[in-house]
Write a protein that binds this ligand. Sequence first.
Ligand code: NAP
Length: 306
Amino acid sequence: MVYDLIVVGSGPAGLAAAIYAQRAGLSFVVLEKEYVSGGQVLNTHEVDNYPGLPGIGGFELGMKLREHAEQLGAEFITIEVRHIETEDEGRIKVLYTDGEEYRARTVILAMGARYRKLGVPGEEQLAGMGVSYCATCDGAFFKGRKVAVVGGGDVAVEDALFLAKGCEKVYLIHRRDSLRAAAILQKKLRECENVEILWDTEVTRVLGEEHVEGVWLKNKKDSSERMLDLDGVFIAVGMVPETGIITKLLQIDKDGYIVAGEDGVTSRPGIFAAGDIRTKQLRQIVTAAADGANAVASVQDYLIRE
Ligand code: NAP
């Protein structure tokens, strides 16, 4: 079978694309890697900027988006796409998995992004043993303990705020002397008595044998070094786009994002990109959902003209 469209990924961009594709009457399927839809939203404790749903839990929002697409009749298959090729002079896109092959005239890539690693000794060895990339997933294990969050963006500050509710002490370790997180989050952080910010500081090593016992710190201003005792370290230093399956197929920018505008049009006809995976100014749930809708409009346009 050759579908009109295959959507790869089921975060807000992929789910919005499914909703719009179903309403447009396209034959399509959503291929999702995980058994639970929602993507990064699932790791968000509370979403306070999705219009109309103030304070909704990330998991609940992910479920609602999935339910919406399913109620309309969208089909989902849990399978990992390994790579994509084209045939029939580019008209047919073939998506290879470990078993089945899937064919479609168009594809919307909505695989999002994954956690960036710090890349320091001890990080990989102690992952899951005190090193975590998801405070809302693992924070409960550190109730009453001492932890650190590394990073200075929205995620790092949100994680620190979340952890401060249950942990005895939270250090926010940031490599510069100002945070890039939204002002409203920074204000909340300043009001937290058990949060201490370590400015101009880098983690150079995660310490511990069977579990995290601390981190080794370097002050970037005076080059001084010291150990900080900790029970856990949460790494929130941004995301890396999930473009592994298409690196040779499409133009990507220096940071690895697929070059595509608001219409989702990529360097290859019939392949569109939506959400965090594409070059864009603002990576938010609301902009990812908008991308899904725009990409379907571009798909329809392409199918008419093809
Ligand atoms: P981000 O905004 O890119 O911030 C990453 C942070 O990590 C920066 O402070 C950066 O430092 C630091 N960093 C990067 N590499 C590092 C390294 N190797 N060592 C130490 N520090 C490093 O990423 P994010 O916080 O994950 O957010 C991703 C996107 O989601 C953003 O667009 C954000 O606005 C959005 N988001 C929004 C909300 C919300 O609106 N509620 C919530 C979550 C996420 P520098 O500052 O020095 O570059």
